[in-house]
Design a protein around this ligand. Structure first.
Ligand code: HEC
Ligand code: HEC
Length: 400
C-alpha cells in the first residue's frame, strides 16, 4: 500500500474517533454514550417528493421513475413477465409524499445504527452532494469502510449502484448499510423495529405513510427507497445549456469539447445524462455499448479489485466538484489530480479499458496542457446543482 493511502486510512480512523467523541458529549440521553433526538418536521408537510421540476419547466414523476426501474433490461430490451423487479414495483405502488418524508427521517436517524452514532447522513452530507470528505468512510464503531463514500445523485436511474455495481436498485441497496457490520452494524430486524417503535414520532409517521402504526423492516426499506429515489438532480448549468437557457464561458466550452473528443474520450464511459453508464446497456438509455464498470489503470495491481479485475462502477460526474476525494479508495484529493491521472498516469494493467489504450495497446498519454486541464475542470464544475444541495426537502430534520 502506498504511504499516501496509509496516511489517509490513519487520518480517517483518527477523525472517526474524534467524531464519536463529539457525539458522545452533545446530549443528555445517552445510550452507548450518544444522545437521541426528535426530528423537527414543522415545514415537512409542504415538501413535494413526487414531482421534480426540470430546468425547462416540465415535471418528472419520481413514482414513474421507480416504476421504470422495475423493468429489468436484457440486451437493451425491457423485460417481460418474469423479468420484473417486484421489489421496485411494490416501491412504485406504495410511493407517496408521506412515505418519502418518513424515509428522510430514517435516512438521518442515528437510531438506525447499533450504537446510535451513525446515520446514512453521517457519510452522505447534503452539502457535499451526499458524499463525505474522507478517503474511506468511518462506520459505527470508528471502523473504517473499504471504500470512498459515493455521492448520491439520481440513484433511481441506475441498475448498478455501489463501486462494484453490486446493488441493482435503490430498494436492493436500501438496508444494506444498516445491517453492514462496519457501516451501521444493526444486528436483526427485531432490533431495528423495536428501536424505532420505542419513539413517539415513528408511529404517526408510519401511519401517515402506510396506513398503520406497525413498524416492519419491509416498510423501512420501502420508505428509504422512496426518499433515496427522490434524490433527483437535474438542475446544473450544463442542463440549462443543453436546453438553450444558459451559455458556457469560453473555458467551459473548451472543456466540454475536450470531454467529448476522441483524444480525451471521457464521454465513452461517462455517458448519457448522468455522465455514467448502467450495466449491460446494450443501447438502452441512449448509452453506448460499454459495461457499467471499467478499469482505468489506477495501479498495476489493485488492492481492491472491485467488480473483478480492477473494474469499478463508472461513477456519475454530476455534482463532482463537491464530492472530493475521488476514486473508489479516495486516493485523489482534487479534480486536478484526477485529470493528471488521465493525462499522464494511466498504468498498464491486463484489464485496462480499451478506451484508455493507444493504437499499440499501451496506456494512453493524453498530455493535457495546463489550459486544457483548467478547461476540463471548468466544464466539470458546470455539473453542480446548487438547488439540489440547498433544497430543504433533502435536509437533516434532526439538525436543530
Ligand atoms: C459508514 C459510512 C456510510 C454509511 C453509514 C452509509 N453509507 Fe452509503 N455509501 C458509503 C460507501 C463507502 C459507499 C460505497 C460502498 C461500496 O461501493 O462498497 C456508499 C454507497 C452508497 C450509495 C450508492 C451510490 C451510487 O451511485 O452507487 C447509496 C445510494 C448509498 N450509499 C445510500 C446509503 C443509505 C440509504 C444509507 C443508510 C441506510 C447509507 N448509504 C449509509 C458509506 C456509507
Ligand atoms: C474507460 C472508461 C473511462 C474513461 C474513458 C474515463 N473515465 Fe473517469 N472514471 C471511470 C471509472 C471506472 C472511474 C472510477 C475508477 C475507480 O475508482 O477505480 C472514474 C472516475 C472518474 C472521476 C472520479 C469520480 C468520483 O466520484 O470519484 C472523475 C472526476 C473522472 N473519472 C473524470 C473523467 C474525465 C475528465 C475523463 C476524460 C479525460 C474520464 N474520466 C475518462 C471510467 C472512465
Amino acid at each position: 500500500m502506498k504511504s499516501k493511502q496509509l496516511t489517509g486510512l490513519i487520518l480517517a480512523g483518527l477523525t472517526g474517533l474524534t467524531m464519536l467523541g463529539m457525539v458522545a458529549c452533545d446530549g443528555d440521553n445517552p445510550i452507548g454514550g450518544v444522545a437521541l433526538k426528535t426530528p423537527n418536521l414543522a415545514n415537512a408537510s409542504s415538501f413535494d417528493y413526487e414531482y421534480v421540476t426540470m430546468v425547462n419547466g416540465t415535471s418528472l414523476s419520481v413514482k414513474n421513475m421507480i416504476l421504470g426501474r422495475s423493468f429489468k433490461f436484457t440486451n437493451g430490451f425491457p423485460g417481460t413477465t418474469g423479468n420484473i423487479d417486484t421489489d421496485m414495483q411494490e416501491a412504485a405502488m406504495t410511493f407517496s409524499n408521506a412515505s418519502a418524508k418518513l424515509g428522510r427521517v430514517l435516512f438521518y436517524d442515528k437510531r438506525m445504527s447499533l450504537n446510535n452514532a451513525v446515520s446514512c447522513g453521517s457519510c452522505h452530507h447534503q452539502s457535499l452532494g451526499f458524499s463525505d470528505r474522507m478517503p474511506v468512510s468511518v462506520g459505527f464503531g470508528g471502523k473504517v469502510t473499504r471504500r470512498n463514500s459515493m455521492s448520491i445523485n439520481n440513484p433511481v436511474s441506475f441498475n448498478n449502484l455501489f463501486w462494484d455495481s453490486r446493488a441493482q436498485s435503490p430498494m436492493d441497496l436500501s438496508l444494506r448499510p444498516v445491517f453492514d457490520h462496519i457501516e451501521m452494524g444493526m444486528e436483526s430486524d427485531e432490533m431495528l423495529e423495536k428501536k424505532l417503535a420505542a419513539t413517539d414520532f415513528y408511529g404517526p409517521l408510519f401511519q401517515e405513510a402506510f396506513g398503520s402504526t406497525e413498524i416492519t423492516r419491509r416498510k423501512v426499506s420501502l420508505a428509504m427507497t422512496h426518499f433515496v429515489s427522490s434524490m433527483v438532480t437535474m438542475n446544473s448549468k450544463n442542463d440549462k445549456v443543453n436546453e438553450g437557457l444558459a451559455q458556457f464561458t469560453m473555458m467551459e466550452k473548451m472543456g466540454h469539447d475536450l470531454f467529448f473528443s476522441e483524444r480525451a474520450s471521457c464521454f465513452k464511459c461517462h455517458s448519457g445524462s448522468n455522465f455514467s453508464a448502467p450495466d449491460d446497456p446494450g443501447g438502452a438509455y441512449g448509452a453506448p455499448t460499454v459495461a457499467g464498470t471499467a478499469n482505468v489503470g489506477l495501479d498495476k495491481t489493485y488492492a481492491d479489485n472491485g467488480k473483478g479485475n480492477g473494474n469499478f462502477r463508472i461513477p456519475s460526474l454530476r455534482n463532482i466538484e463537491l464530492s472530493a476525494p475521488y476514486m473508489h479508495d479516495g486516493r485523489f484529493g482534487t479534480l486536478e489530480s484526477v485529470i493528471d491521472h488521465y493525462s499522464r498516469g494511466i498504468q498498464a494493467h491486463p484489464h485496462l479499458d480499451a478506451n484508455l489504450k493507444d493504437d499499440r495497446g499501451n496506456p494512453k498519454r493524453m498530455n493535457f496542457t495546463a489550459e486544457e486541464k483548467d478547461a476540463l475542470i471548468a466544464f466539470l464544475r458546470t455539473l453542480t446543482d446548487v438547488s439540489f444541495i440547498s433544497n430543504p426537502k433533502y435536509s437533516d430534520p434532526f439538525a436543530n
